[in-house]
Each structure stands twice: as C-alpha cells, then as structure tokens.
Design a protein around this ligand. Structure first.
Ligand SMILES: [Zn+2]
Length: 107
C-alpha cells in the first residue's frame, strides 16, 4: 500500500511519532522496512510496531509514552513504562495471559 507519510502524520501526531521513535532508540531497538506506524482512530494514540519486537510503543493524546503488549490469544493489551518490563511480561505470557489463562499456574 503506497501512501504519503505526511498524509498520515500531521501536526501534533508528528510530535507523538517523534516521542515513539525516541523511546525506540532509548530501548536499543531498531526500525527496519517491516516496521509499521499509525494513528489509532479511536484512542488517538500514535503507535510504532515491528515484528521483531515483543510489543509496540505508543504515545497518547496527552503525550504519555508507553509500551503495549497484546496477548496473541485474546488480544488483551497490557501497558508498560519500559521495554524490558514488557519483554519480561511477554516471556511469561507467550501463549496466553493473565486475562485469558484458564489453568491456574501454581508455583
Ligand atoms: Zn490473553
């Protein structure tokens, strides 16, 4: 799909995108040709995601920057302040999550 980058991001959304990119760099992650970015029409969040990452980075209307992990099973979204925190959660919730897990895991 061809589109003009600046058709999708304008005004403050460019600032939000910039915040996302800064967080990606700070987390030591790399963007590549498979990296996607967009604006969530319902929340107004700007997000950037790459398939090599465990989750996406988002910047809200109020410029709150956070990492988002989406459960592969139920789609529930979990928010984290840092990428390492998201990574740790992802490791422990690969196939399901605290929302959709049916079996109680006993330590
Ligand atoms: Zn789940």
């Amino acid at each position: 799909m061809e589109y003009n980058f600046f058709e999708q991001f304008a005004g403050a959304d460019l600032d939000r995108l910039s915040e996302c990119l800064k967080a990606i760099r700070a987390a030591g992650l790399k963007t590549d040709k498979y990296t996607q970015a967009g604006v969530n029409n319902s929340s107004g969040n700007v997000w950037v995601w790459s398939e090599d990452w465990q989750g996406a980075i988002a910047c809200s209307i109020g410029f709150n920057v956070f990492w988002v992990y989406s459960c592969r099973d139920c789609g529930e979204e979990f928010e984290f302040d840092t990428y390492p925190a998201l990574e740790e959660f992802a490791e422990n919730n690969q196939d399901d999550c605290t929302m959709c897990r049916t079996e109680e895991v006993t330590a």
